[in-house]
Design a binder for this molecule. Sequence first.
Ligand code: ZN
Length: 216
Amino acid sequence: VTDIIFDDGSRYQPTKIIGVGLNYADHIDEMNSIKPSEPVLFIKPSTALCNFTDPIILPDNMGPVHYELELAVCIERTCKNVTRDQAAENIAGFGMALDLTLREIQAKAKASGRPWAVAKGFDNSCPVSIFFKKSLSQMDQTEILFTLNNQEKQKTTTSLMLFKIDELIAYISGIFTLLPGDIILTGTPAGVGPLQSGDKIEGHIKGLISAKTTVL
Ligand code: ZN
């Protein structure tokens, strides 16, 4: 478990991490899913948080763990029912996250109509980078790139999100009161796949951060 740490030294302890599923069209296609009419949400517990640069710990005997590189938003202040226009002023900044996913367990849950809590919420399933005090307008059309053993696997731009960041904050805050430090994972583009012991991975979000780690 880790705090959310900003480049200026400020720290937050999130009460929840809200994931957004199916937010890029190419990832919806690769998952053989249908474009949702409203954001698909799930929650990871704060115990999912760990540092991006620490070696990734794969859980034992739970099937394949897929990487999903995502732009993460950190909430600045308590907010509820904010409008799209008010969204930007409630953002503390941005970081880079992996939304690690137990893909077979998720597939079984989907097939049987059961929740994704195990597939998405296990310990260390949310490695996060250091965060930066960037504004929404600096991050809403920037490039995301993920490489696995020096091969490009995921590449997109945040402008291709189906539900934009302001729209997500408006929607989510209409359901859950957002508290300082809460994290929104904004979804992953196509190219997800399994991690193996010994893999070397790198994530890049242009204008924000590049970071690398390995899989234990
Ligand atoms: Zn995801």
